[in-house]
Write a protein of this length. Structure first.
Ligand code: GLU
Length: 349
């Protein structure tokens, strides 16, 4: 009787990948559970009240599957994690050229809250640091402050797949202590970058920073970016492809403050951190990653967030210039007619 030959196959199936994601995040949660380096943000008094040991890791794949471990339902505030989303919204509303008149695209090498503008243009260096984020907030269109706030919340809600809430305590805490951001705003008004009422723009900026999410929400927001701008849970488009390309580019080069160069070197995927302890990363076409751990390093990045994401990228081969780089076609297939890439979100369903 002929013996059937069984050749082992090492092709990774979808379920293998899922098990890999799940086991990797569990393993990383265990590996870093006891790491207590860093300190919680103290300059916004309300943030200093957070339990520093909270720790969650969530991944949402572009087909909408959630893998999550730890305190993933604990609410925290976006802080500057809101910046890329609001930047994307304004790009879609006003167009790239108009936005570029108000904010640059260069990494700063300075702390996130530096009172520094581009020496040649007097514009903020990029939309990921406070100065640039405040300038971008000043561009959000609307009839009045309430309308502008609602549009901003609606934009964030498309990524979250729900209605976001502002944490009033955190908002009031930053509003009453945010003199550094106030100084940045006055400096920008001096150079014509901010034209609206300073207090109104700052209120709106502090509100966007105080939007409350949990780690699962944040992973879904990142996964929406990974899925070309369409929320994998709701199917709703949150941002046009053209704006998303700009957002991811700036996240790639400027997302981790002064650590941005080291980040792309070692991790190699677009990411953004916030002083509330959240960190998100986007693996285009594959997944959104979120980590929540409130202890920050001296640059304002979540210590465990950076460590987990670094290991995750290495273990799952996520660096943009490694994963698939050797098998990608020389010329990308043309899957849409020229020009459709620039369709603004307003024209989409
Ligand atoms: N609301 C914070 C500030 O303006 C955000 C900073 C951050 O997360 O990087 O200082």
């Amino acid at each position: 009787m002929a013996v059937e030959q069984h050749h082992p196959t090492y092709a990774i199936t979808e379920s293998d990948v899922n098990i890999r994601i799940l086991s990797t995040i569990n393993e990383l949660h265990l590996r870093y559970r006891d790491l207590d380096e860093g300190t919680v943000a103290g300059y916004i008094p309300e943030l200093s009240k957070v339990d520093p040991d909270l720790f969650a890791i969530s991944v949402v794949t572009t087909d909408g599957k959630l893998y999550s471990v730890g305190d993933d339902e604990h609410a925290f505030t976006l802080q500057s994690l809101a910046n890329p989303f609001i930047f994307g919204m304004v790009l879609d509303e006003l167009g790239r050229e108009r936005v570029r008149q108000f904010v640059g695209v260069e990494p700063t090498g300075n702390p996130f809250n530096a009172i520094v503008l581009d020496r040649q243009t007097n514009r903020p260096m990029n939309p990921m640091v406070n100065a640039g984020a405040i300038a971008v907030t000043g561009l959000v269109p609307g009839n009045d402050p309430t309308d502008r706030l609602n549009r901003m919340l609606a934009a964030l809600g498309r990524y979250m797949g729900g209605a976001p809430q502002v944490d009033i305590e955190v908002f009031m805490s930053e509003k009453s202590t945010g003199d550094r951001n106030r100084s940045i705003a006055y400096l920008m008004r001096n150079f014509g970058t901010l034209t609206r009422d300073i207090n109104e723009v700052l209120d709106q900026y502090f509100q966007q920073c105080a939007v409350s999410v949990n780690c699962r929400n944040l992973a879904c927001m990142a996964a929406t970016m990974a899925a070309g701008g369409v929320n994998p849970h709701t199917g709703e488009r949150a941002i046009s492809r053209a704006a998303l390309r700009d957002v991811l580019t700036i996240m790639y080069t400027c997302g981790l403050y002064e650590s941005s160069g080291r980040w792309v070197h070692t991790v190699g995927i677009p990411a953004k951190s916030g002083v509330g302890g959240g960190l998100m990363a986007v693996v285009p076409g594959r997944m959104g990653i979120a980590i929540f751990s409130p202890r920050l390093d001296s640059q304002g990045n979540s210590v465990r967030g950076v460590r987990v994401c670094t290991d995750l990228a290495r273990q799952l081969n996520l660096h943009l210039f490694v994963a698939g780089g050797d098998t990608a076609p020389a010329v990308a297939p043309i899957d849409q007619p020229p020009g459709t890439d620039d369709t603004s979100i307003a024209q989409r369903t």
